[in-house]
Write a protein that binds this ligand. Structure first.
Ligand code: TDO
Length: 189
């Protein structure tokens, strides 16, 4: 498992090792002990999600769950490809409002660790894209929130976008300028 920093501290790119042979390949998609050793974090995943987006250029996000139900997510692409996006929304963070965009595909095996305190969203690059992500907290619909994906203030790199497909909820996301984040930045000791 290779771990690499991204432009946003606390958001980490993980790439498991592939063992290829004549049959195909094997990989440990997740190992708690290695994940914790490499990141210095203690994680406990309690929910594993999977979504299929039938069309390229589908955008899901930008979503969060408010405390005490904040979710850390380990995101991977099981089929197809996505631009995965995380936005720091921890009030007081030196990176508040900054985003990172990473291409995750079923071929590059990359996984993005997004801690609680960040918005998450993705855009599909091809039809029939399947995304999976483990979460550190269970679904709490009354604590969900959505920030509009294309707020110019956020200036997110989604790659080139044409007409996008979004859910009704995501089309009506809160503008970032009127969004009051429930997360506070806690400086590491
Ligand atoms: C997220 C979620 C949804 N649902 C239900 C509610 C709804 O009827 C249906 C579809 O939900 P949504 O439209 O919210 O699905 P989606 O837009 O894919 O939401 C997801 O987007 C990505 C970007 C995330 O980061 C996730 O945390 C989650 O918010 O599934 C659950 O039962 N459990 C869950 O954990």
């Amino acid at each position: 498992m290779l771990s690499e920093p991204t432009s946003l501290p606390d958001v980490i790119l993980m790439t498991p090792r592939r063992f290829s042979d004549s049959r195909g390949f094997f990989m440990e998609a997740f190992r708690q002990d290695k994940f914790e050793r490499q990141t210095g974090l203690h994680v406990s995943f309690v929910q594993d999600n999977q979504s299929l987006s039938a069309k390229a250029n589908t955008i899901r996000g930008l979503h969060f769950q408010a405390p005490p139900h904040g979710q850390g997510k380990l995101v991977r692409c099981l089929q197809g490809g996505i631009i995965d996006v995380a936005v720091d929304i921890r009030v007081g963070s030196p990176n508040f409002g900054k985003s990172v965009s990473v291409e995750l595909t079923s071929d590059n095996d990359r996984q993005l660790w997004i801690p609680s305190g960040f918005l998450h969203g993705f855009r599909t690059l091809v039809d029939d894209t399947i995304v999976g992500y483990k979460c550190t907290s269970i679904y709490a619909p009354n604590h969900e929130g959505t920030v509009i994906w294309n707020d110019p203030v956020l200036d997110i790199d989604w790659g080139t976008t044409g007409a996008c497909i979004l859910s009704e909820r995501d089309n009506q996301g809160t503008p970032f300028t009127s969004f009051v984040s429930p997360f506070k930045y806690e400086q590491k000791a």
